[in-house]
Write a protein that binds this ligand. Structure first.
Ligand code: FAD
Ligand code: PYC
Length: 417
């Protein structure tokens, strides 16, 4: 009997995987498509998937300047929850949670969605009042959320330090049991593979450098680093870089871009059962299935397109983590990275038609769009296919910044950045 070393098996698996990948990622672009999606992150790939699956539109190209899933989709801390304050937000984030629950089956790809619970710690009276307000508002919207005493919080997450003498004492917590995590690269690849199976072209290393418009002002296609490509409709889904792209069509966006950082520790055995967020001290933590502690920090204070952030920001986060979970104080960190998030004045996304006919935009998810991926992609596909919003994204317009009809999650989005 032939015997294979573990190395040989791994090498063969990799070769097979690479060949398989080459078969369908980055084909030669056609001269024109019905729809072009700019940006192969989870939201863009998901949009292509739902356009094909639910609207029968398959003559689509997803254009990506780098590699698929290499933007914020592959850089986030994967926290999924829907405990937002306003009705519009509860609507879209809960729609996403419902789609997350069936996504692995839908895509036939294990996205490792794990509803292990997201617990948000209250460290002062303001936190207690805000979280209790959220709990009541969430329940009215059918979103699960409940209040825990410090002792109940420790029972749910044993490593938590609830000593009253802690620098950030825990005064209680809000727990969304349906919240959790998923594997981010699997989400991108799952959507990509299924979209490809239905005929969608996913073209990497293809940066959009211009948006073309006809004599009547409507979209006619895009200029790219691989030439001109025609399209009847263009959807921009390029988190962090939306303003730059929309400027190419003459549309000015109410967005600012900031670096946001995350880091992971060396892998250890399972020791952390849930997701914990502390907005007041700016630290978020969970444990990946590989065993690494996944830790998120705050945004830089200054706008930038740099995919790194200030060292003092992650230093502060690690101080807070060690204070709240003293047993992690001797862990080693393996790597850190940043992504660029684009933020609207009311901290809610824009998922809408634009003043340019045939041009649609999905952006402004700020630090919190991973959780929305399936819901956002699903209603954005509807918006593009019907040239009209889905009921769920009706409020997330561009006009609201002119009319003042904001969805003011700014102080309420349940994250402090
Ligand atoms: P992306 O995945 O960024 O995709 C956009 C793509 O557009 C990129 O691949 C980019 O290369 C491409 N692109 C840009 N310009 C062009 C161009 N000119 N031509 C072609 N392609 C272009 N959200 C949560 O819900 N939970 C979290 O725990 C969480 N943690 C986060 C932690 C960090 C460190 C960061 C950075 C973000 C976090 N987020 C979180 C936010 C979340 O990651 C994003 O909101 C979400 O992933 C955005 O997905 P997307 O598909 O819109 O964008
Ligand atoms: O939106 O839950 C969130 C989040 C956590 C870390 C970054 N964003």
């Amino acid at each position: 009997m032939r015997r294979f070393s573990a190395f040989a098996i791994a090498r063969e698996a990799l070769r097979h995987h690479k060949g398989w990948e080459k078969q369908w990622v980055s084909p030669e672009p056609k001269a024109s498509y019905d729809v072009i999606i700019v940006g192969a992150g989870g939201h863009g790939l998901g949009t292509a998937y739902y356009l094909a699956k639910e609207h029968g539109i398959t003559n689509i190209a997803v254009l990506e300047k780098g590699w698929l899933g290499g933007g914020n989709t592959g850089r986030n801390t994967t926290i999924i929850r829907s405990n937002y304050l306003y009705d519009e937000s509860a609507g879209i984030y809960n729609h996403a949670v419902q789609l997350w629950e069936g996504l692995a089956q839908d895509l036939n790809y294990n996205v490792m969605f794990s509803q292990r619970g997201v617990m948000m710690l209250a460290h002062n009276v303001h936190d207690v009042q805000v979280f209790k307000r959220h709990i009541h508002a969430n329940r009215l919207n059918g979103v699960d959320n409940s209040w825990l005493t410090p002792e109940e919080a420790k029972e749910f997450c044993p490593p938590l330090n609830i000593s009253k003498s802690a620098r950030y004492p825990v005064m209680g917590a809000a727990l969304q049991r349906k919240g959790g995590t998923a594997r981010h690269d699997a989400v991108a690849w799952g959507y990509a593979r299924k979209a490809h199976d239905m005929g969608v072209h996913i073209i990497q290393n293809c940066e959009v450098i211009g948006i073309n418009r006809g004599a009547d002002g409507s979209v006619t296609g895009v200029e790219t680093t691989r030439g001109t490509i025609g399209a009847k409709k263009v959807g921009v889904v390029a988190a962090g870089h939306t303003s730059v792209l929309m400027q190419m069509a003459g549309v000015r966006m109410p967005l600012e871009s900031f670096p946001l950082q995350a880091l992971v520790s060396e892998p250890v055995k399972p020791c952390f059962p849930c997701v914990v967020m502390s907005n007041t001290v700016h630290a978020y933590i969970s444990q990946s299935d590989k065993g690494e502690l996944v830790i998120g920090a705050g945004t830089d204070q200054y706008t930038s397109y740099s995919q790194t952030g200030g060292l003092h920001i992650i230093n502060h986060t690690l101080d807070a983590i060690c204070e709240m979970f003293p047993m992690f104080s001797r862990m080693k960190m393996l790597r850190s990275w940043g992504g660029i998030v684009d933020v609207t004045p009311d901290r809610s996304p824009i998922l809408a038609k634009t003043p340019v006919k045939g041009l649609y935009v999905n952006c402004g998810w700020g630090t919190g769009g991973f959780k929305a991926t399936p819901g956002s992609a699903h209603v954005f596909a509807h918006t593009i296919a019907n040239d009209a919003p889905h009921k769920i994204n009706e409020g997330f317009t561009l006009e609201r910044f002119r009319t003042g009809r904001l969805i003011d999650e700014a102080a309420a989005a349940a994250v402090a950045h």
